[in-house]
Design a protein around this ligand. Structure first.
Ligand code: APR
Length: 229
């Protein structure tokens, strides 16, 4: 049985990383347009880097939680019949040991040079002079994440759609299901005959197509899911 798992910020909440739209959500203090867009970066790259370095410093202190680790166990159990697609850029799934992983929105520890196009991992969390510069050419670098209004990495999206069409079981964990195209994946899976399970303490648009709803936080919810499989 092909198992496709989609995760959102909710799975990292128990690692102490604020979600985007929750009560203490990241977007509460900023408007996305102000920071997570190409225009915002063009207008004020130093301000955007200030926000990302703050987010990196929060993430650097975070450890994968039981939910991340349980998904690694599921990956080992299902092997090639398992794929994890995450909207999260915090890198905690990788840190937990997930290998069959697609990062749909990029990774906060990746950077891309706007001058020489170099792409590499950079682990700066504090810097005196912002914006950060390319380690190869000294040009302006940007966070390797997908911003509002930008298209997603093509290969990642193709793989996500392919698995959404083919999977027999689709599990959505800790996402509000409001940001496309990721939010479309459970509906594609459902249309193609998959069973849909949602693990989320709150109702979301995905709840309407879920065959099973586990209204619990990710870690306890994934325990329940594992018992069911
Ligand atoms: N366990 C599981 N789910 C949780 C938990 C928890 N402990 N705590 C909160 N949640 C749920 C919330 O109920 C909410 O539905 O996690 C979801 C988080 O939703 P968002 O903050 O909207 O995050 P996400 O769905 O990942 O956002 C998608 O939007 O801002 C962009 O690119 C950003 O990847 C992000 C995308």
């Amino acid at each position: 049985m092909k198992l496709l798992v989609l995760t959102g910020a909710g799975i990292s909440a128990e690692s102490g990383i604020p979600t985007f739209r929750g009560a203490q959500g990241l977007w509460k203090s900023f408007k996305p347009e102000e920071l997570a867009t190409p225009e915002a970066f063009r207008k004020n790259p130093a301000l955007v880097w200030e926000w990302y370095l703050w987010r990196r410093s929060v993430i650097a202190k975070a450890q994968p939680n039981e939910g991340h680790l349980k998904l690694v166990e599921l990956e080992k159990r299902f092997g090639d019949n398992f794929l994890l697609i995450t909207q999260n850029v915090d890198g905690l799934h990788q840190k937990a040991g997930s290998k069959r992983l697609v990062e749909l929105h990029g990774n906060i520890w990746k950077v891309r040079c706007l001058h020489c196009r170099a792409e590499y991992y950079d682990y700066t969390t504090e810097a005196k002079d912002l914006p950060l510069r390319c380690m190869y050419c000294g040009g302006l670098i940007r966070p390797g994440v997908v911003w509002f209004g930008e298209s997603l990495p093509e290969k990642a999206l193709e793989l996500a759609y392919k698995w959404a069409y083919e999977c027999e079981l689709f599990v959505s964990i800790g996402t509000s299901g409001v940001v496309y195209p990721a939010a479309e994946l459970p509906f594609i899976a459902k249309r193609h005959g998959a069973k849909v399970i949602e693990i989320n303490p709150e109702e979301t648009p995905i709840s309407s197509v879920a065959d099973v709803i586990i209204r619990e936080p990710a870690s306890s919810g994934i325990n329940r899911l594992t018992e069911m499989l």
